[in-house]
Design a protein around this ligand. Structure first.
Ligand code: G3P
Ligand code: CA
Length: 237
């Protein structure tokens, strides 16, 4: 079972920061997951929420601020003073960390609230410019717009879902992928074992509990996203 470091090594470092990604780059983990949004001046930045309130000392929407404004906030001390001075990274800064490593990168396009029409193209161009397109997987909860746009690029895609479908594999095929990233509760529903039997590649988020990881390995899941990759790689990868 493959292990993805979720938002970098986010159990031990502030999520989606260069500190969290540099720690993941040192691990023999299969892949690293990250979330992207677009700034007011159309730069791709790595952060989970639409707002910066939870993970920085600032307030407001990412889409309403320039990169310079966003990077003036501290994205580390909310987690621990040890990481004071971390900032919200650009996608380019994160890709540069992994340019010479073997890791795969799962870039989640956070387009559930704001459409960010140019985001997929910008992500695809950043990856292509660095010769990394074949190591990138784009996922999104926005299947209609985002994953449709990914089909126009050379990058692989995966549907993200916490919902239960009658036939999630057939649904994913219509969207244009055989990759399904399901939430932990959905992973234990029949739709997941049906999809695996039909040939889907299934990854499960977010799995920090080793007993659940063992059960998922038992049903033949291909991989998990975890905030504690250092712990999971020893046991499961
Ligand atoms: O990509 C898996 C997982 O990251 C999706 O949920 O909310 O952690 O971005 P979330
Ligand atoms: Ca994510």
């Amino acid at each position: 079972m493959k292990i993805y470091a979720h938002r970098g090594c986010s159990g031990t470092h502030p999520e989606n920061t260069l500190a969290a990604f540099s720690a993941a780059a040192e691990l023999p983990v299969y892949g690293v997951e990250l979330d992207v949004h677009l700034t007011k001046d159309e730069r791709v930045v790595v952060i989970h929420d639409e707002k910066i309130n939870r993970t920085t000392n600032g307030k407001g929407y990412v889409k309403d601020m320039t990169l310079e404004e966003l990077q003036s906030f501290d994205a580390g001390s909310w987690f621990s003073e040890e990481w004071a001075g971390e900032t919200i990274p650009t996608l380019g800064e994160v890709l540069d960390i992994f340019q010479e490593t073997p890791h795969r990168l799962n870039i989640e396009i956070k387009s559930d609230v704001f459409p960010y029409d140019t985001l997929v193209d910008k992500v695809a161009n950043s990856a292509a410019k660095r010769g990394m397109s074949d190591r990138i997987l784009i996922s999104s909860f926005n299947h209609e717009d985002v994953l449709k746009a990914v089909r126009e690029t050379e990058i692989e895609s995966a549907i993200l879902t916490s919902q239960i479908y009658v036939d999630v594999y057939d649904y994913a095929r219509v969207i244009g992928t055989n990759r399904i990233h399901v939430s932990l509760p959905a992973a234990f529903r029949r739709m997941t074992t049906d999809a695996l039997r039909k040939g889907a590649i299934v990854y499960v988020y977010t799995v920090n509990n080793e007993e659940y990881a063992e059960q998922l390995q038992g049903i033949g899941v291909h991989g998990i996203f975890t905030d504690f990759p250092e712990r999971m790689i020893n046991k499961f990868q």
